[in-house]
Ligand binder design. Structure first.
Ligand code: PMP
Length: 427
């Protein structure tokens, strides 16, 4: 028995399903989740001491790879000064200034502790600001697990086949309209019916919770126009795309302006941090400036801020994002070549430093229906094959993959060598 198998058995005694977040349980791909004990650069190391090249990166935060020395040194220094004060600190100002400098259209920003909190708070704010109850989201997009958003959600919920969670009152869910990603007609139809009752559209500007689906040309621009016509707040959920698809996130990459932006993952460099912000006029509605309540005992935590701020300074270096993207393109081109040589139909999507792999004959994969039509059984065999070969991919065919600046050319080559062997086995 491996240590992971032993630990998983123990974990299930007092942790529901043995995990503290469902997608970790390997339900989609089958088998036992791997328990990690440490990580360095591009590598994660399991409890048996086996190393894997990591394309999960803690689901996105580890864009610099694990244990970047500057981040670790800064955190050590802050730990010696205190873990939490529950009072304002200077580092929060530096963090807010930095985020407003980097992220387009960010005029005021509030720190929270997770992506879920960021989106939940942004939606409350959009409702408070507009005085409307309805919100519009997209099938297959995931925005965290708050009640209004667990309506046909993706990510873990999708993998587990419980898109509408029990415990979410029908009275909440009825205010959430769910339409089709990359289909402006479905958005227009919802607006034709509910028009001026819709407080906000919340969208992943690159969908990363139904694998990786880029926005179709004109899709984000269309959402902007529809929101302008109806006085609806446009929220870009950049928890995944922020600081990753480009330094300034998807707004910069696609040159479309959101009213509110939610952030997470990279902004905390592995510590629990989220943020939401945007137009000053809207953000001024938040307490204590305005009547919309939002708070957090640990929000703006000094250790977390130190980690995040150090990471943001490092990723703001010239060519940081283009170098990562080029490495990822090499990886994806190599995978497609090797799959084709083995007679396997593989499609890939890439936006900056995030990617999707699809085992499918379809020409392209641009929406939820097409993702669902991919061969998830073959993905599962690929996943386990790669695991054996020392490559850790997201344990679900509905999750985007991530590369970090710590991934070397040698890592890419090793990943391709591993894939070549695995393709031969699963052909
Ligand atoms: N929004 C998006 C786009 C996400 O990908 C996620 C998490 N994967 C969330 C929100 C929720 O973030 P968290 O898990 O930190 O609550």
């Amino acid at each position: 028995m491996s240590r992971s198998e032993i630990l998983f058995e123990q974990a299930r005694q007092h942790i529901p399903g043995g995990v503290n977040s469902p997608v970790r349980a390997f339900r989609g791909v089958g088998g036992t989740p791997i328990f990690f004990k440490e990580a360095h650069g591009s590598q994660v190391i399991d409890e048996d001491g086996k190393s894997y090249i990591d394309y999960v990166g803690s689901w996105g935060p580890m864009i610099l790879g694990h244990q970047h020395p500057d981040v670790i040194t800064a955190v050590h220094k802050q730990v010696d000064l205190g873990l939490s004060f529950g009072a304002p600190t200077a580092i929060e100002i530096t963090m807010a200034d930095k985020v407003c400098e980097i992220v387009p259209n960010m005029e005021l920003v509030r720190m929270v502790n997770s992506g879920t909190e960021a989106t939940m708070s942004a939606i409350r704010l959009a409702r408070g600001y507009t005085g409307r109850d309805k919100i519009l989201k997209f099938e297959g997009c995931y925005h965290g697990h708050s009640d209004s958003l667990l309506v046909k959600a993706g990510s873990g919920a999708l993998t587990l086949g419980i898109p509408n969670s029990p415990g979410v009152p029908a009275d909440f869910a009825k205010h959430t309209l769910t339409v089709v990603y990359n289909d402006l007609d479905s958005v227009r139809a919802a607006f034709a019916e509910h028009g001026d009752d819709i407080a906000c559209i919340i969208v992943e500007p690159v969908a990363g919770n139904m694998n990786c689906i880029p926005p179709a040309p004109g899709f984000l621009e269309g959402l902007r126009e529809i929101c302008d016509e109806h006085g609806t707040v446009l929220i870009f959920d950049e928890v995944m795309t922020g600081f990753r698809v480009a330094l300034g996130g998807a707004q910069e990459y696609y040159n479309v302006k959101a009213d509110l932006i939610t952030l997470g993952k990279v902004i905390g460099a592995g510590m629990p941090v989220g943020a939401f912000g945007g137009k000053r006029e809207i953000m001024e509605q938040i307490a204590p400036l305005g009547p919309v309540y939002q708070a957090g005992t640990l929000s703006g935590n000094p250790v977390a801020m130190t980690a995040g701020l150090t990471a943001l300074s490092l990723i703001a270096q010239p060519d940081f994002h283009s170098n990562m993207a080029a490495k990822l393109t090499t990886l994806l081109d190599g995978l497609k070549e090797r799959a084709a040589a083995a007679g396997i139909a593989l499609r890939t999507n890439q936006v900056g430093a995030m990617f999707g792999l699809f085992f499918t004959e379809q020409e392209e994969v641009t929406n939820f229906q097409q993702v669902m039509a991919c061969d998830s059984e073959r993905f599962n065999r690929f996943f386990h094959g790669m695991l054996e070969e020392g490559v850790y991919l997201a344990p679900s065919s509905f999750e985007a993959g991530f590369i970090s600046s710590a991934h070397s050319d040698e890592d890419i080559q090793k990943t391709l060598d591993a894939a070549e062997k695995v393709f031969a086995r699963i052909a």
